[in-house]
Design a protein around this ligand. Structure first.
Ligand code: NAI
Length: 256
């Protein structure tokens, strides 16, 4: 395995990644492991988690799996305790939801906020408490979305939850900076993952063609593009970055 460039070297560090069973979370877990971190992979999808752990093992990395739901605080606390002292936290687990404002139910709003905002909040609270009590500096990376920068029909619940993640990120950065803990968000544009492929191959093909035409880079984003941004924020290359929002979006901002 090639030696990582020094600031990107996470050898001897421990990372917790939620949403690690699929898409951006899986790509992030793989990349952090490749940079040398011992990676604790959390997700509610047990099979997906096993797949991620195998990929990391095949790559020569170290992974431990924690099947859990980010709506379950006790399970998160147990995983954080089992992981031991953490240096990096990537709170990536999330779900998509679309409904017009007028059709949105209380249940929709509660469910999406519970996973996409409170799930990130719980992950940050449990991990950062442990980091502070262990007296360790570190880096927390949250997953927002380009959806926070503009309005798009149908995306109220999703974008409201992601906007709350942005405010959580900025607020937490002010509160735990004195402990040497940095907190930053990644707000990707449209990325090819199972989440964006949920409407089937034909819709995906058409959407990808449209997205690629809009990007100055003439291609769609891949999970690995976002993982690179997470790695940058997780490691010492971003040592003076905190409370920031990084946007891997191929130059395409919403509304598309
Ligand atoms: P994905 O669907 O491939 O992966 C999401 C993962 O989160 C899955 O493994 C799923 O099991 C897990 N998850 C969902 N709810 C959970 C819960 N309650 N507890 C534990 N695990 C849970 O989706 P993708 O695209 O990789 O998304 C990852 C993150 O990136 C999400 O937060 C998403 O909102 C965000 N994002 C994705 C974009 C895209 O275009 N794909 C763009 C902007 C943000």
């Amino acid at each position: 395995m090639p030696t990582p460039i020094a600031p990107y070297d996470l050898t001897g560090r421990t990372a917790l990644v939620t949403g690690a069973a699929s898409g951006i979370g899986r790509a992030t877990a793989l990349l952090l492991a490749r940079a040398g971190a011992a990676v604790h992979c959390a997700d509610r999808d047990e099979r997906g988690l096993a797949g991620t752990a195998s990929l990391i093992a095949e790559d020569g990395g170290a992974a431990t799996v924690h099947p859990l739901d980010v709506t379950d605080r006790a399970a998160l606390r147990t995983a954080v305790a089992a992981a031991g002292p953490l240096d990096v936290v990537a709170a990536i687990a999330g779900v998509m939801h679309t409904s017009s404002v007028l059709e949105t139910t209380d249940e929709d709003l509660d469910r999406i906020l519970d996973v996409n905002f409170k799930g990130v909040l719980r992950t940050c609270q449990e991990a950062v408490r442990a980091m502070i009590s262990a007296g360790r500096p570190g880096s927390v990376v949250t997953m927002a979305s380009g959806a926070v920068d503009a309005a798009q029909p149908g995306l109220l619940c999703y974008s409201a939850a992601k906007a709350a993640v942005v405010q959580l990120t900025r607020t937490l950065a002010t509160e735990c900076g004195p402990h040497g803990i940095r907190v930053n968000a990644v707000a990707p544009g449209w990325i090819r993952t199972p989440m964006t492929g949920r409407h089937g191959p034909e819709v995906q093909r058409r959407t990808e063609a449209a997205m690629a035409r809009m990007s100055p880079l003439r291609r769609v984003g891949e999970a690995e593009d976002v993982a690179q941004a997470v790695l940058y924020l997780a490691c010492d290359a971003s040592s003076f970055m905190t409370g920031q929002i990084l946007r891997p979006n191929g130059g395409v901002s919403m509304p598309w």
